[in-house]
Design a protein around this ligand. Structure first.
Ligand SMILES: C[S@@+](CC[C@H](N)C(=O)[O-])C[C@H]1O[C@@H](n2cnc3c(N)ncnc32)[C@H](O)[C@@H]1O
Length: 257
């Protein structure tokens, strides 16, 4: 099966749970995006791999026009329905791979993307495509999860994420994330970091949809008991597994070529 088909299958399964998961609706992250985008207020925004449209709907009223693209048809349907229900008439949605966007060059004032880079086979291709469609003074705002700089920890962490969600490719260490943004032709303006406490139950529930992740829970519990933290502070507390997701927020501008 191609990776694109895997993504479509996986995110069709996850769409409903994701749309209702508190982890996806945190107001603090929405406010970070709003603050970073204030120089582009009333502009044209693209939400790249918009999923069920949570971020796009939260930002829509500050922009003139908001476009959401995603590979998964069910995500596009849900994002469209969400904006329709909220009477957000300045929103448009398209099914498209992030690697090959159906837009003319230099069209967008800003591109936002959340929880997406770790699903792309080649993040650099996607970011080069983003550079193409951004205006020369446009803004790219990324929020994604990062992994440890230690190669064993990053491998272990990403293996656990892949066992939970087979469409997961790789959460990058911070240094690699910054490198790929740079190599794609951007200058980083600011970065920020924060931690998100996760419980195995809510993390698994977003993807389970009839599938059991009991074996993964056993693996993670055993790792925690052995002191293997996978760079995410993996631990077992009162019989349940917990860990910390490390978020990174990057605001960048295209470098003129
Ligand atoms: C974890 S969800 C995040 C959704 C949304 N950005 C949010 O934060 O609420 C990842 C999304 O990326 C989409 N996706 C994954 N790979 C993609 C690709 N190559 N092109 C476009 N969309 C992709 C999936 O369909 C899914 O909706």
């Amino acid at each position: 099966m191609s990776h694109q088909q895997l993504v479509r299958d996986e995110f069709s399964r996850q769409a409903e749970a994701m749309a209702n998961a508190p982890a996806f609706s945190a107001e603090a992250i929405m406010n970070r995006f709003k603050d970073s985008l204030s120089p582009k207020k009333s502009g044209v925004m693209l939400d790249l791999a918009c999923g069920p449209g949570i971020l796009l709907a939260g930002l829509a009223s500050t922009m003139k026009l908001n476009v959401g693209v995603d590979l998964t048809p069910k995500m596009i349907q849900m994002a469209r329905a969400k904006c329709l229900a909220a009477n957000l008439t300045n929103t448009r949605f398209l099914e498209s791979p992030a690697e090959n966007l159906p837009f003319a060059s230099h069209l967008f004032d800003c591109v936002v993307t959340r929880l997406t880079l770790h699903h792309f086979m080649e993040p650099i291709y996607v970011l080069r495509e983003v550079k193409r469609i951004l205006k020369p003074d446009g803004l790219l705002v990324i929020a994604d999860l990062i992994s440890s700089e230690d190669s064993t920890e990053t491998q272990l962490h990403n293996a656990l994420e892949q066992l939970r969600d087979p469409s997961h490719i790789r959460m990058l260490p911070e240094s690699e994330l910054l490198q790929v943004v740079h190599d794609a032709g951007f200058r980083v303006i600011s970065t920020d970091h924060w931690l998100q406490q996760r419980q195995f139950g809510e993390w698994a529930a977003i993807v389970e949809n009839g599938r059991s992740l009991k074996s993964l829970e056993v693996v993670m519990k055993t790792m925690a008991a052995m002191g293997l933290t996978a760079g995410v502070n993996l631990r077992s507390s009162s019989g349940s597994v917990e860990f910390m997701h490390h978020w990174m927020f990057v605001v960048a501008q295209p470098v003129s070529s």
